[in-house]
Ligand binder design. Structure first.
Ligand code: HSE
Length: 298
């Protein structure tokens, strides 16, 4: 009647794939305990790590749980305990981990009536509370694992993309907070056709490169000419980090989700660790605290 789950952090956008591409980081995530209880409804009984509302309708995990709960006809309720490790506003899918964790756990406790696509539909409601917009590029990799592409959000259609065996991500989280809703608000509403052409060519070639384990093509495709020029201004030392990690051998570097975290993709653990050191050295020279993670992409 109770389940303890790990809900992973994720990197959305992956440079060229704004709102569609994402991958899962299995080394960082939140823990949640979901419990069936007699009292009907959704009850968030405990939140640890960061200060988040207990009221279900104001809590991301609660909103997605309520979306699922309203569709099932049961005479019991659920209690949710949230142990957050992923800092809200860090750019590695904090709200998505919460939104996904509650519905994943509830689904397990009631015999898995819903598939992952349906769970994404419930979780989108929670994600929208945090980012003021229905996007699924963090939710999908948190639920499906590995690399995913959100083909559409209405209806939800998720494609699972394979990745090469030796692909590692390095992520640095400079400890400043950027709200997704705010870093979406600064984006232009229109883009130049020439930029759009570059961007969709890169998305297509990145997906092809992942399917064919072509590291050189991954490297050639990890560029973002549409979003990064605007958002990088919000992240201190972004350009310096990018220049240095590319020199250190990273395949590519970009903003993780809506920032401030910065990600790289790397061939091999050795390069990923070298890139980690390079990132640390840049921020060690500043007064900004940071955390760095290396994760294999499965
Ligand atoms: N695709 C979303 C954005 C992800 O960049 O706004 C937010 O984590």
């Amino acid at each position: 009647n109770e389940i303890k789950i790990f809900s992973p952090a994720t990197v959305a956008n992956v440079a060229c794939g704004f709102d569609v591409l994402g991958f899962c980081l299995d080394s960082v995530g939140d823990e949640m305990i979901i419990r069936k209880v007699d009292k009907k409804g959704i009850h968030i009984t405990h939140v640890e790590g960061f200060d988040l509302p207990l009221e279900a309708s104001l809590n991301v995990a609660g909103v997605s749980a309520l979306a699922m709960y309203e569709t099932i006809d049961v005479d019991f309720g659920f209690e949710i305990e949230i142990y957050k490790n992923i800092k809200p506003g860090s750019g590695i899918g904090s709200s998505a981990a919460s939104a996904v964790g509650s519905v994943f756990g509830m689904n397990e406790l009631i015999g898995r009536p819903f598939n992952k696509t349906q769970l994404t539909e419930f979780a989108i409601k929670g994600e929208a509370l945090a980012s003021k917009c229905e996007h699924a590029d963090n939710l999908a990799p948190a639920l499906f694992g590995g690399f995913t592409l959100v083909k559409s959000v209405s209806p939800v259609q998720i494609l699972e993309i394979p990745s090469p065996d030796d692909l590692y991500a390095t992520i640095i989280h400079p400890q400043i907070e950027i709200k997704t809703s705010e870093s979406r608000a600064i984006l232009p509403k229109e883009v130049a056709l020439s930029d759009a052409i570059t961007q969709w060519a890169n998305v297509g070639s990145l997906v092809h490169a992942l399917h064919t384990s072509n590291y050189n093509l991954i490297k050639d495709s990890l560029h973002d000419v549409i979003v990064e020029p605007h958002r990088s201004k919000l992240i201190p030392h972004f350009n310096e980090v990018k220049t240095e990690v590319l020199e250190a051998g990273a395949l590519g570097c970009g903003i993780s989700g809506s920032g401030p975290s910065i990600f790289t993709l790397n061939k091999g653990l050795e390069t990923a660790n070298k890139v980690k050191e390079t990132m640390e050295n840049v921020y060690a020279k500043t007064d900004i605290a940071f955390e760095v993670h290396v994760s294999k992409i499965n």
